[in-house]
Design a protein around this ligand. Structure first.
Ligand code: KIV
Length: 267
C-alpha cells in the first residue's frame, strides 16, 4: 500500500485517522516536487488564472487550458491523487455538460477526480458524476467562481443563517457522494462545525485547524506570489521569488563581466 497512488476512496477513508495534505500545482515539474513532498492530493486549481496566466480572477480560464495543465500535472505526479478543477461555465449549464467535461479530465488528461464549486444546489450534479464513476471534490464557503455575486473575496458564513446554510451544503455534498469538501474562508469555529457535520473529510483553506485536511496555493506557500497579494489564510514557507531574483541578478552580472560561462561550462 505504501507506494500505491492515493485514490479518492482512500482519501475519504482518512477522515478521523490522519490529516490530509493537499496543494495546488500547475505543471509537471512542480507536480513532481509536490508529489515527492508526500502530498495526498494535488489540485490543478483554476487559480491557474492568477498563479500562472496573469488574470485577476478565475473566470477567464477555459476547459482547454485546464486540460493542458492537468495533463502536465498528471505526468509529473506519481503517488498523489490529481484533481482537476472544473472551470467557470464547464458544469453550470447542465448535468450533461458537467458529465461530458468531467469525463474529458479523466479520459484525456489523466485526472483521478474533479472539483466543482457549490452547495445544496450542486448536489444533483455531483451525484450524477459520482454515479457515472467520476470522483468529485466539493467546494463551499468562498467560491471564487461566484466572486461577482459575492461582491469580492470575503469571509463567508459570519451570520447564524449563513453558517447554518453552509452546514446544509456540507451535508448535502457528502450525501451526494463527494469524497471530500474544500471549505474556503470561513470563521474557524464554523470550520470545526462543518468538519463535525460533514461525513466526508473537510479540506480547509482559511477555515481553521479543525478541518480534516488543509490546502494552499503552491505559489503562496513557496513565496512566488508578491507578499502584498498573499492572503492572510496562506503561510509563506519560503521566499522562492527572492531566490529567483537573486539568481537572475548574479547571472546578469556574470554575463556582463564575462565570468559566465566559466571553464566548467564550456566544451
Ligand atoms: O483554484 C484553487 O486553487 C482552489 C483552491 C484554493 C482550493 O480552488
Amino acid at each position: 500500500m505504501k507506494n500505491e497512488r492515493w485514490t479518492a476512496a482512500r482519501i475519504r477513508a482518512l477522515k478521523g485517522h490522519e490529516r490530509i495534505v493537499c496543494l495546488t500545482a500547475y505543471d509537471a515539474t512542480t507536480a513532481r516536487l509536490v508529489d515527492e513532498g508526500g502530498t495526498h492530493l494535488i489540485l490543478v486549481g483554476d487559480s491557474l488564472a492568477q498563479a500562472v496566466l496573469g488574470y485577476d480572477t478565475t473566470l477567464p480560464v477555459t476547459m482547454e487550458q485546464m486540460l493542458h495543465h492537468t495533463a502536465a500535472v498528471a505526468r509529473g505526479a506519481r503517488r498523489a491523487l490529481v484533481v482537476a478543477d472544473m472551470p467557470f461555465l464547464s458544469y453550470q449549464v447542465s448535468d450533461e455538460q458537467a458529465l461530458r467535461n468531467a469525463g474529458r479530465f479523466v479520459q484525456e488528461a489523466g485526472a483521478g477526480a474533479v472539483k466543482i464549486e457549490g452547495g445544496v444546489f450542486r448536489a444533483a450534479t455531483i451525484a450524477r458524476l459520482v454515479s457515472n464513476g467520476i470522483p468529485v471534490l466539493g467546494h463551499i464557503g468562498l467560491t471564487p467562481q461566484s466572486v461577482l455575486t459575492l461582491g469580492g473575496y470575503k469571509v463567508q458564513g459570519r451570520s447564524d443563517p449563513a453558517a447554518a446554510s453552509l452546514i446544509e451544503d456540507a451535508r448535502a455534498l457528502a450525501e451526494a457522494g463527494a469524497f471530500a469538501v474544500v471549505v474556503e474562508c470561513v470563521p474557524q469555529a464554523l470550520g470545526a462545525a462543518l468538519t463535525e457535520a460533514c461525513a466526508a473529510p473537510t479540506i480547509g483553506i482559511g477555515a481553521g485547524a479543525q478541518c480534516d485536511g488543509q490546502i494552499l496555493v503552491l505559489n503562496d506557500l513557496v513565496g512566488l506570489t508578491p507578499p502584498e497579494t498573499t492572503p492572510r489564510m496562506a503561510k509563506r514557507y519560503a521566499e522562492t521569488g527572492e531566490t529567483i531574483r537573486e539568481a537572475i541578478a548574479a547571472y546578469r552580472s556574470d554575463v556582463v563581466s564575462g565570468a559566465f560561462p566559466g571553464p566548467k561550462n564550456v566544451y
